[in-house]
Design a protein around this ligand. Sequence first.
Ligand code: ADP
Length: 741
Amino acid sequence: MSDHYGHVRAEQIKSQGEDAEKEAADSEEQVASLPASPDPSSITATTGTDASSVLCKQRSRGHREPACCVKAAPDWPLRGPAALAPAVINLNNPGFERAFHVKGSGSLLHGTSETNGNYLINRGPQEQSQKRRPVTVDSSKAKTSLEALKMSIKQLKWKEFPLGRRAPCDIYWHGVSFHDNENIVSGQVNKFPGMVEMLRKINMSRAVRTMQELFPEEYDFYPRSWILPEEHQLFATQIRLIKEKDAAVNPTFIVKPDGGSQGDGIYLIRDPADVKLVVGSQAKQAVVQEYIPKPLLIDKLKFDIRLYVLIKSLEPLEIYIAKEGLTRFCTEPYQEPSQKNLSHVFMHLTNYSLNVHSGNFVHSDSQNTGSKRTLSSVLYRLAAKGVDIKRVWSDIIALVIKTVIAVVPELKVYYQADIPPGKPGPTCFQILGFDILLMKNLKPVLLEVNSNPSMRIEHEQEVSLQAPGLSRLPVLVLNLYVFQVAPGVFEFVPSPVDEEVKVGVIRDTLRLMDPFHKKPVMSYQDKSRGSEPREEIQTDAESGSRSPDENQPSLCLKQVYPKYTKQFNHLRLAERIASLFIRFLGVKGNMRLGPTAFRTFIRTCKLSSSNFTMASVDILYIDITRRWAAAAADSREAGMGLQAFVEAFFYLAGRRFRSLSLREQVVSLLALCEAQLGPQSEDRRSLSCSRAPPPRAVKTQTPCHTNSQLASPAPQRRAASQDNRPPQTLKPRMLRASVEN
Ligand code: ADP
């Protein structure tokens, strides 16, 4: 391995200390001496659904997360001299042919190691799958997903390293972000760099907004949103105009702090003047969003859906959806918003973390009752009432694919910055939590996507917070109240509903990421041909979810992309713009384009002319970059980010192809740029987000849409592009799409 790796290893050893080092050495030896199928009891197990697994934690004031709710396993099998072996086997020399004895078997095995540290023992094909070494998982950073992860590893008979390991593991499970452990140079990590940032409410709204501009009809599943504080004026003006036009209209809005989660800091308003803006540098970044006033109700209660989605790979894009999810119910009967009930959090917010503190919360002991139920139980119930649940499910799949397509461009920028091509690094995958609301008319609406969905499989018990009138407290006050009134010992008991869903999702994600089950490389053409006959999105439970191992039950995760490439590939326009952007970024690790790089882009793609000179190009760069810098005041890096580049690209497209719709303009300009750049742009793109297995030839060619009825959603920018005034006339992009009520 490279010097870099040597350095990283030294760092790891240092940080883990003597004990951990000894343990790692023990473990490595254990890898060589493990029987074909390790005894599941040899894997640390503090989990279980029996009463003995009731966990306790001391919750400190003001802290939501337990300091530690899992005891260190006393029976870790690799501790102690009995497990020690004299030599540490280095599994990391690529291609190094080795031989060593398998303890107790007397046989001599030969093998080769892969560059990612996997040691493959040469056996016959059948024997290979049966007697391979177990897949190794580093769970030392798993945090609150630890319990579910342990169960999954145990079910798969894989090998867990709860304290980390000196030698590389096949899979690293992080509780929060890619950067939970900076020293990973091989294997696979369950988080993508940049996902946390990308899915914050503002970034997410911006990414969807770009897609709404290009494909307004396709992206009407996200409520109309404004970014605060920068668009407060715009928000106030638009609402005033709406009310002036029709006095009977009195919409409600929901304000969500940018970095918030679990309902923290959320409140409802009817008047833009009620936004709690703090001026100056303390200005709170938030999203204000159209409130969906008529959600579908069950038992008179509002509920939302938590759906687990796996992004298995960015390049090629591979998306899986869990067939089972959760539904979270409010605990106060729903009424349409009125000035009187705006502060009733148990009526309007479905967050488990809030409703669990309501006196009406019912912990579910079966999967179809209580305040948290399985998605399937709700769908069955709807089906029994005559609802076309196939349609609902297919709409949900479409929503998920479109949302992922919206965030992938920026994710690719993060990816190449953190793991530039040529630098040793892991590959990534990630489970996301989609929060979806069904409207009364059954149309799914995206509320948000969580980069770090809770994978807890226990719930708190005995939180006696049933003070009268509590449900009417604003969320913020309620949260303070919770922590100040009940700072004592909290009990955790297993939650069968969470366990059923979450362990399945983690286990099957691991199965899909199993390094010993690499699928044969399949070209994009093969894949799309395979799915050609299916014009409609299938809802068949088995489709796309065949087990990677014939002996295992079918997966609870269903592949939806590239399976439905044909239906959705035309949406991947922003990704092609991102490929151009990445190509001109230049310096490894960079996420912003400097003025020289922007000029190079214009020159290389031959976009300047006598009436769009390089001086105008510079003005365009300065104008857009300044505006975006003001919008993202906390950004440390100077230059033009992807979202600003997309805006510049739209502007350039508008100038060049004036008579077309925005989408047609963008498609035409992309074709022009890609033609100038030649095949390199494709190569660079596939390099940017894939490692082993080798990049597959996936093209994101987008058919040119010529539907003249699709009017540009950016009339202001287009108008600006039709004259030769300097680009200072550009206005912030306007949002066109809205959600049906
Ligand atoms: P958080 O990350 O704090 O949970 P969410 O965006 O998920 O923020 O919003 C919290 C809850 O508020 C949701 O679970 C849902 O019940 C409700 N909610 C959010 N947005 C809307 C909306 N646009 N219309 C109706 N209800 C909403």
